[in-house]
Design a protein around this ligand. Structure first.
Ligand SMILES: [Zn+2]
Length: 399
């Protein structure tokens, strides 16, 4: 039966419910304050396309929740008319907790609403079972919070490598830690009494870069994380791609041309086997650079003039660049951010990375915005992304 004109006018796209629209508008207003604050309400209205009345209403609600406040000094518009009292983030009341679980240790941190690290601590893993690691993380957070009794925690973000399912807040699989189907959100929520958000660390950092780093304003960004775990995340228009069960970004077994390292999967030359920090350290030990398994010791040797250490780091940066180049071809992001120890510390590593990624796009390949605090920022970014996405739900009333 032919469709009538009337039936084709029924939109297949469901209309957003009023509550969804309110949440989205509150999010847009809070993001605008983060990016431009202190900023006049009239400017927010102009930047966001929301009506001045709606902006005023959202600012009042966000101020009630303690997330924004009026700036102390009113600014006059051209010296005439009513003073425009700008609004800004209220960063004196709240904090968020950040937890990043690496293979040898966990980083716990407190961050303010602008993603700045207020306090942090590294907790070495005496054991790697999830129960022990998460209990120790909860203790570590409690110790940090005890140091800032005048500020309340809004929630905790957890960033982990491997396959992490955001929806359920669980780690589906982390080969190196030996974690499988670990309900991180439940376990840590029970221990901290706080709302807990969980995500993969490459995705966490893409959100950190998008909200607080160099990728601000970029319409698409790829983040490549080269630690012991190697993975990637991709965001377009403020949305990080997750795919079914958040399995996107698994690049550990991407073949590296010319690779020689055997991988646990049975093949040779997989990206993670070839370029993990473990492999870097093993090669450095074999070359007599260092006796340690800490990549920072390779960096220190290179900084001290050890040519072999420098060569190993430049080679790793170049191979990382080739992987970045492949992903650039597939995804064509505006910006590529790479978190890798050599690239963070040495200009020639960054140059090797950019050259291997392809000279046409070299300027769009950037080192992490958080060279001194990348793991602390990763954990915090998970919960701050949730806060800026839905500030009304992440309110202190929810605690
Ligand atoms: Zn493999």
């Amino acid at each position: 039966m032919p469709r009538t004109a009337a039936s084709t006018l029924v939109s297949p796209v469901p209309r957003a419910a009023d509550s969804d629209r309110r949440r989205t508008s509150a999010s847009v207003v809070l993001r605008s304050v983060l990016e431009h604050g202190p900023v006049a309400r009239s400017t927010i209205a102009r930047l966001t396309g929301l009506s001045p009345a709606s902006v005023t209403e959202h600012c009042a609600r966000l101020a009630e929740l303690g997330l924004v406040r009026e700036s102390a000094v009113p600014r006059r518009s051209n010296g005439v008319g009513r003073p425009h009292v700008p609004v800004d983030l209220d960063d004196a009341r709240f904090l968020v907790g950040g937890v990043h679980v690496a293979v040898p240790y966990t980083t716990v941190a407190l961050l303010d609403l602008r993603g700045r690290v207020v306090a942090r601590r590294e907790l070495k893993h005496e054991r790697t079972d999830a129960g022990w690691v998460l209990a120790r993380a909860a203790e570590g957070l409690a110790e940090l919070l005890a140091g800032v009794p005048d500020r309340r925690p809004l929630g905790v973000g957890v960033a982990v490598g491997g396959w992490v399912e955001r929806e359920t807040g669980s780690v589906v699989e982390h080969e190196l830690l030996g974690w499988r189907e670990v309900p991180v959100r439940e376990l840590l929520g029970a221990r901290t009494g706080l709302p807990v958000h969980v995500d993969g660390h490459a995705r966490a950092l893409v959100n950190g870069e998008r909200l607080f780093g160099r990728a601000r304003g970029s319409r698409s960004v790829l983040h490549l994380f080269m630690g012991n775990v190697v993975d990637a995340a991709f965001a377009t228009n403020d949305e990080v791609h997750h795919g079914p069960r958040s399995a996107a970004g698994a690049i550990a077994h991407l073949p590296v041309p010319g690779g020689t390292e055997p991988c646990a999967c049975g093949r040779t030359g997989c990206l993670q086997a070839e370029l993990s920090e473990r492999t870097l350290c093993r090669r450095a030990r074999a070359a007599g650079v260092t006796g340690s398994a800490n990549p920072m010791h390779v960096v220190a040797a290179a900084a001290g003039g050890d040519a072999t250490a420098r060569r190993l780091l430049v080679e790793r940066a170049r191979a990382t660049g080739r992987a970045a180049g492949l992903l650039l071809d597939v995804l064509n992001p505006e910006t590529v951010v790479v978190t890798e120890v050599g690239v963070i510390h040495f200009e020639d590593c960054l140059a090797a990375l950019r050259e291997a990624a392809g000279t046409a796009r070299a300027a769009d390949v950037l080192p992490t915005s958080f060279p001194d605090s990348v793991l602390a920022v990763a954990g915090g970014s998970v919960v701050l992304d949730a806060l800026f996405r839905d500030p009304l739900a992440a309110s202190p009333e929810a605690i």
